[in-house]
Design a protein around this ligand. Structure first.
Ligand code: ATP
Length: 506
């Protein structure tokens, strides 16, 4: 199914491989004419729901959330204070034969059950092959590679995390992209920040980084926003923007890319209220994802184990992930959004490194303190992928065998106006309707190709409604509205069309 979605994205202009004509560049993607609209629609929905019309608190008052658009390149000290320079890294392993680099925490190893069941320390067994795969790899793929290389079935193997494997066993492992044993190196930390240079003089002082998250731009502006708006705690600062990570193994289409977009809220509150706010935001964000159109049955909430918590989230209420079952998620789910209790870590660090006080003066209790932070942090480009995967609906009855079931509010095209025949009178009337509707909705006008092909194309790009104008329209001043999902057609007077569409679309 992932293959069909990727090829649809290219064919219809949602997403292209970046630098396609040069063979592409791994981990970078371009959003085509439909993709950019879909992405903007999701971005606008988030901005609307978080900044323009934020949720209400328990007393029914709107929360205060202020917007920000901070620079991608910040002073390098920002990343020292945040901990990214020293510890924003992934454990990676290299394959000496193919020179391919893998994230060690995403590899699993299939170890022969003979070894496992004997209760042996797998580190000391020699002469038996084991096979490394990506964690999310489908069993079919795993099975066929194992079979090809050793005539055994996947059921004869036990699955172990690569990170749990004893170093001395590496000489028996066949890496994912080779057939030889023993080509993998031990894991090494690999910093994920992209380095660049600022200014004409190249020396160590000119080193700067492309931001690996938008959050720090918010923290370093905490005082500016506070002083300029006189906001009172609890309040939030929200930002949407690009982030860059030199991911060791970008994969699964746009799911893990090296350049992507994040939608982040930093919610500043009293320490004692942080846990309640974390629950509040978890609930809010969950309903936001459902409102985006994702099936509730494909969404999961996962609490981070203590040992996997980021340095800033230890000691607080921890982190909860909202996950989605993508076609490549196998039995499990993959992260869409993390809702972390970052404690006072970031502001305290910036206060320490910059020497500028980051405290909030609470008039009501007459005290100064560094607020705690709840951070709902999600990926915009990941949201685009989830929406694409969720929308893809196979149905033999549809002319293309499938349709994209986007919620009308985020569909890249709301309405297609289709004159049935190439006829002057029909064309004139259809264009009139088009000009009227385009003031309110995203509308296309299409008069080439057979009506069947035009319906098929609009099913493929997820246009919820097609308005068709025919000879009868000239007589009766009425048109047909075709529903993308049911393919049912409704005849309606032209005078009621716009109103009817409003009801259907919003
Ligand atoms: P992962 O464990 O998948 O690397 P993470 O836990 O490091 O992700 P965060 O740092 O919490 O991710 O980033 C917040 C959000 O940003 C994620 O939930 C995800 O939606 C998005 N995101 C992170 N890395 C990427 C990426 N490489 N490509 C696309 N989106 C990403």
């Amino acid at each position: 199914m992932m293959g069909s979605i990727v090829s649809l994205c290219k064919r219809r202009g949602f997403v292209f491989q970046a630098s396609d004509i040069y063979g592409g560049i791994n981990g970078f993607w371009d959003y085509g004419p439909l993709g950019v609209v879909l992405k903007n629609n999701i971005r606008n929905l988030w901005w609307h729901d978080m900044v323009e019309c934020p949720p209400l608190d328990k007393k029914g008052n709107p929360l205060r959330i202020l917007g920000l658009d901070s620079s991608i390149i910040q002073h390098p000290s920002v990343w020292e204070a945040s901990g990214h320079t020293s510890s924003f890294s992934d454990p990676m392993v290299d394959c000496k034969a193919t020179k391919i680099r893998y994230r060690a925490d995403q590899l699993v190893v299939y170890v022969s059950k003979n070894i496992w069941n004997n209760g042996c320390n797998i580190g000391v067994i020699t002469g038996e092959k084991a096979f490394a795969f990506f964690e999310e790899e489908e069993e079919k793929v795993v099975s066929s590679k194992i079979k090809k290389l050793c005539r055994k079935n996947v059921e004869d193997f036990h699955r172990v995390l690569f990170m749990d494997i004893d170093l001395s066993f590496y000489k028996n492992i066949v890496a994912p992209d080779t057939t030889e044993v023993g080509t993998l190196t031990a894991p090494k930390a690999f910093n994920l920040m992209f380095e660049t240079r600022v200014g004409a003089v190249v020396d160590e002082k000119s080193v700067a980084y492309l931001r690996p998250e938008t959050a720090q731009g918010i923290f370093v502006n905490f005082k500016n926003v506070l002083d300029s708006t006189k906001a009172k705690i609890p309040f939030g600062i929200a930002q949407i923007g690009k982030a860059f990570r030199n991911e060791v193994s970008p994969r699964n289409f746009i799911f893990r890319s090296r350049e992507f977009e994040q939608m982040e809220l930093e919610w500043f509150c009293h320490k004692g209220e942080a846990e309640v706010w974390q629950e509040f935001w978890l609930e809010q964000r969950l309903s936001w994802w459902k409102n985006l159109g994702l099936d509730a049955s494909r969404i999961n909430i996962r609490r981070h184990e203590q040992e996997e918590l980021a340095h800033y989230a230890r000691g607080g209420g921890g982190t909860r992930d909202i996950e989605y079952k993508f076609p490549f998620s196998g039995e499990g789910f993959s992260e869409l959004e993390g809702i972390a209790h970052r404690c006072d870590y970031d502001l305290a660090q910036h206060q320490r490194v910059s020497g500028v006080r980051q405290e909030y003066a609470d008039q009501a209790i007459g005290a100064k303190f560094i607020p705690h932070v709840i951070e709902p942090s999600s990926g915009l480009t990941r949201a685009v992928l989830a929406v694409l995967c969720n929308a893809y609906t196979e149905d033999e009855a549809h002319p293309s065998g499938f349709f994209m079931n986007f919620r009308p509010q985020i569909a890249p095209v709301n309405v297609a106006v289709l004159p049935l025949q190439l006829h002057e009178g029909i064309g004139r009337l259809a264009r009139e309707i088009f000009h009227e509707l385009r003031k309110k909705y995203i509308v296309t006008y299409e008069d080439k190709q057979s009506i069947g092909k035009r319906y098929a194309k609009n099913d493929e790009i997820g246009t919820p409604y097609c308005v068709t104008i025919d000879f009868d329209s000239l007589q009766n001043m009425d048109v047909t509205i075709r529903d993308r999902n049911t393919m049912k057609q409704e005849r309606i007077g032209m005078a009621y069309l716009s109103e009817r569409l409003r009801g259907l679309l919003w």
